[in-house]
Design a protein around this ligand. Structure first.
Ligand code: SF4
Length: 248
């Protein structure tokens, strides 16, 4: 069983850092709450026992992982930013956020492919548990990314953006390809993550984007009109929307 502890850098080719292994600890009660498992271990022992058994298998087999690369913001224009002199991110919002910044961190974090065989034989409810458990691995990998950047680069607070997060105009999802290109194939080779032609990242519990130093809390959710999103981190911010997209 993996124990919570320190995440180590593994490898540093092309200044990219692979985080693998990433320690994690899954709490059965937390997953039960997230999947709305009825009852308690006392009055619904069968489901709780099955969930605990699946959590134990995830704890043994799961291998969340991530990759981080420090990059230079080499130029800005009104519509986007150029990274390392050759990768262009077409996001006016990102350009505004990076107006005072000369560096950012590209990252990708994933639940990993190792748990995929554990889906075999699960019923329709247990498939939901399975997806929630993969989310737990992704959260562990995402936290490791932030903790590592803060520790390794002495950054106090970070804000992030990702292609495809927020309304489409905030940062078109097609820039995921640019992000993957900026890692020169290392996302695939080190993490086993594939980006399909329709911009799906596989495994499905994978996230990729950028972080930058910022004292101002920000999440793309503030520029997202999607209603009833279960993953919303901050409310829609009308004032910020008008500042970001004046007259629109
Ligand atoms: S509200 Fe939901 S869809 Fe919109 S950016 Fe936030 S997490 Fe993504």
């Amino acid at each position: 069983m993996k124990q919570a502890g320190t995440t180590n850098f593994v490898g540093s080719a092309d200044a990219a850092h692979v985080l693998d292994p990433i320690p994690f600890q899954i709490d059965v009660a937390d997953i039960a709450r997230r999947v709305h498992l009825p009852g308690t271990p006392e009055d619904n022992p069968e489901d709780w026992r099955d969930l605990a058994a699946l959590v134990a298998r995830f704890q043994t087999v799961g291998r969340p992982k991530a990759i981080i690369r420090l990059a230079a913001v080499t130029s800005h224009d009104a519509n986007g930013v150029t990274i390392d002199g050759r990768h262009y991110f077409a996001s006016s919002t990102l350009a505004q956020r990076l107006a005072e910044q000369h560096r950012l961190w590209l990252h990708c974090a994933t639940c990993g492919q190792e748990v995929a065989p554990l889906a075999e034989g699960l019923d329709v409810f247990q498939q939901l548990w399975f997806e929630e458990l993969k989310m737990a691995l992704l959260r562990a990998a995402g936290k490791a990314v932030q903790d590592t950047i803060k520790r390794a680069y002495a950054v106090k607070s970070l804000a992030g953006m990702a292609p495809g997060s927020g309304d489409a105009r905030v940062w078109p999802i097609e820039d995921l390809r640019t992000l993957f290109d900026a890692f020169s194939g290392q996302i695939q080779s080190a993490l086993g993550v594939e980006l399909t032609d329709s911009m799906l990242m596989l495994p499905n519990k994978t996230g990729a984007g950028v972080y930058f130093a910022s004292d101002e809390a920000f999440a793309s959710c503030e520029l997202c009109h999607r209603n009833n999103c279960p993953h919303r981190r901050r409310p829609f911010n009308q004032e910020l929307w008008e500042k970001t997209f004046p007259g629109q």
